[in-house]
Design a protein around this ligand. Structure first.
Ligand code: AMP
Length: 312
């Protein structure tokens, strides 16, 4: 596994809990059928460019060894990946509108997710960096109970579905995490605020210690008690499939913090640069393909470009 050379100390492991999926994707230009997806797949792959990834999720009887090998190739610890032979892997089908500016869920089949309970192997419970990827907030709360003593630094992500059907549980998650990451339309849906600054301030009032609101091709805003920070997106020209960019951003960001073992405001700002560069890879091809093949040097080069772009 090739990792970015950042800090001189050994990076702390990043524990990622989320979905592992097969996706069907329809974009204005092409389609992808039964391709590897899921919040945990993207996030753990992105994090593994910075720190060792530990994965907790579930797959079904149809999840061939070749997919597990893709995880192994990135040095994942997959002790926490459960296999449930009683059904197929979680399936999601999404369709993008013209210009990729909107996406609809066309089909969702929970399959083995229906009965899934994320249980952390004992040797994961000391993880100091935890990403609660997009899964039902009730399951995210179940993970939080298991790490109550270890008190890791926690980043949580979600999607619109959970704001619609599990808002109370989601609000409990928001009140208990260090960094809550959400996109702009979801932040409006959750807080009722159209103005992104007011939405960010409201998220902090809901209890998260810091929040990032992503605006797709327009970058991201960080809301933190020590200040406000805004970063443009990396200028991508070859967008093919944006699926998983949000998960890759979150995984890359937490990986960067774990590599430096620093969660200060400044560290999060810098981590956003690397997270943006990492996520920009994901959108350049279907599934996790480009993220997997990108390599640490290309991610470092894009991070340097983005840093240069944002300096006066
Ligand atoms: P993103 O584009 O970052 O929002 O992430 C897309 C990934 O999330 C896809 O690979 C899907 O398999 C996965 N996904 C979509 N809906 C859900 C859901 N309700 N729960 C868990 N994962 C989901």
């Amino acid at each position: 596994m090739n990792r970015l050379k950042l800090a001189s100390t050994e990076p702390k492991p990043v524990l990622v809990v989320g979905s592992v999926a097969f996706d069907n994707i329809i974009t204005p230009h092409a389609t992808g059928e039964r391709i590897l997806g899921g919040s945990a797949s993207y996030a753990a792959l992105a994090a593994s460019y910075y720190a060792p990834s530990r994965l907790v999720g579930v797959v079904g009887h149809d999840f061939d060894e070749k997919y597990i090998d893709r995880f192994r190739a990135h040095g994942f610890d997959i002790e926490g990946l459960q296999r449930d032979e009683s059904g197929p892997t979680f399936f999601w089908k999404g369709k993008y509108h013209e210009n990729f500016n909107k996406r609809d869920t066309i089909d969702i089949q929970l399959n083995v997710f229906e009965t899934f309970r994320p249980e952390l192997p004992d040797n994961y419970k000391d993880s100091e960096y935890l990403m609660l990827g997009n899964i039902a907030p009730g399951l995210q709360l179940h993970v939080l109970e298991q790490v109550a003593e270890a008190k890791p630094y926690i980043l949580a992500d979600t999607i619109d579905l959970w704001i619609d059907i599990q808002k109370d549980e989601l609000l409990q998650v928001v009140s208990r995490v260090d960094l809550f990451v959400i996109n702009d339309s979801e932040s409006e849906q959750l807080t009722g605020e159209k103005n992104i600054i007011l939405a960010g301030q409201k998220l902090l009032k809901l209890g998260t210690k810091a929040a990032i609101i992503k605006k797709g091709e327009h970058g991201a805003y960080l809301f933190h008690p020590d200040g406000l920070f805004a970063l443009p997106a990396y200028p991508v020209t070859k967008l093919r499939d944006p699926t998983g960019a949000g998960d890759s951003f979150a995984g890359g960001l937490l990986g960067y913090l774990a590599a430096h073992d620093d969660t200060s405001f400044k560290a999060i700002c810098k981590a956003m640069v690397y997270a943006t560069a990492t996520a920009s890879m994901t959108g350049e091809d279907f599934s996790c393909d480009r993220l997997e093949s990108a390599g640490a040097d290309a991610i470092q080069a894009r991070s340097d470009e983005l840093l240069a772009m944002t300096q006066l």
